[in-house]
Write a protein that binds this ligand. Structure first.
Ligand code: CU
Ligand code: CU
Length: 288
């Protein structure tokens, strides 16, 4: 059992160990494989097939397993490394230490939004993007989208989601109006920035590479998703008498979501792991 820590509490040695393990995984090719997995499973409501990663109840367990896979790869390089989490309700500005030169690096420059500082700057030679949905080979960020400003989600948005006693509701997609899962995933009927709340709003705030299917190319992806995973963990502790995952059984034939979402005991590709196997992480890791 190991501990995932708040990134703001890491020592400089811990920050360095994390960054070095990520760079080594990139050098070995394993990082790009993870990016490809995320691109392959980036399907939306409009696609006809099974959705396991986004706009779906298994958004949380799929990313829990995805984080574990990343973390295990890092631990093969350095057994002491764990994935830190970014509490964006507190560390909510471009001035946060998260974006320092010895950790995630800074904002993108004007024009092409290319990140020029820190270990993941393309110009420093260790972070060429190879799996992408555009031709770009460099990490791009546009923190806060100054041309169309967006803020990071306030604590109240997270508290509202945590207070919902129901894990997820039909139709089990981006239009589910209540339920913890979509309140945290963050799809709303709005347009522009208002369409994106909580988890989605954070992707939108970082902007650049963090938007869309290839978001994993920005290492802050993992710190963001570790916090999402921590929020799921908090929700579970806060609602011990609620069904810990829904739907419990597959939607019946005739239901528009039949064959399109993973129920509690259905394996999620590509991992082959069932949501039911991921509900309790306490024997693997805990959150500080
Ligand atoms: Cu994702
Ligand atoms: Cu995400």
């Amino acid at each position: 059992m190991y501990t995932r820590k708040n990134q703001s509490t890491l020592t400089s040695a811990e920050r360095k160990a994390f960054v070095n393990a990520v760079l080594e995984l990139k050098k070995r090719g394993g990082y790009d494989e993870l990016v490809r997995t995320h691109i392959d499973f980036y399907v939306s409501d409009g696609d006809g097939g099974l959705r396991v990663a986004h706009m779906t109840p298994s958004f949380l367990p799929w990313h829990r397993q995805f984080l574990l896979q990343f973390e295990r790869s890092l631990q093969q390089i350095n057994p002491r490394v764990t994935v830190p989490y970014w509490d964006w309700t507190r560390d909510n500005s471009p001035a946060s230490y998260l974006w320092a030169d010895d950790f995630m690096g800074g904002n993108g420059r004007r024009g092409d939004l290319q990140v020029m500082t820190g270990p993941f700057a393309y110009a420093h030679g260790n972070w060429e993007i190879r799996a992408n949905v555009t031709e770009d080979r460099f990490l791009a960020r546009d923190l806060g989208r100054p041309n169309d400003p967006v803020i990071l989600p306030p604590p109240a948005d997270v508290l509202r989601a945590l207070a919902d006693p129901v894990y997820d509701v039909a139709p089990w997609n981006s239009t589910s109006r209540t339920g913890f899962r979509n309140q945290i995933e963050g799809w709303t009927p709005g347009s522009g920035n208002a369409r994106f709340r909580t988890h989605n709003q954070v992707h939108r705030w970082v902007n650049g590479t963090m938007l869309g299917a290839a978001a994993v190319n920005d290492p802050v992806f993992w710190l963001h998703h570790a916090f999402i995973d921590r929020l799921w963990s908090s929700w579970q502790i806060g609602h011990p008498h609620s069904a810990q995952y829904l739907p419990a059984v597959p939607p019946p034939s005739g239901d528009p979501q039949h064959g399109r979402v993973a129920a509690l005991d259905e394996p999620m590709p590509p991992f082959g792991v069932r949501p039911s196997a991921l509900l309790d992480h306490s024997r693997i890791y805990q959150y500080a």
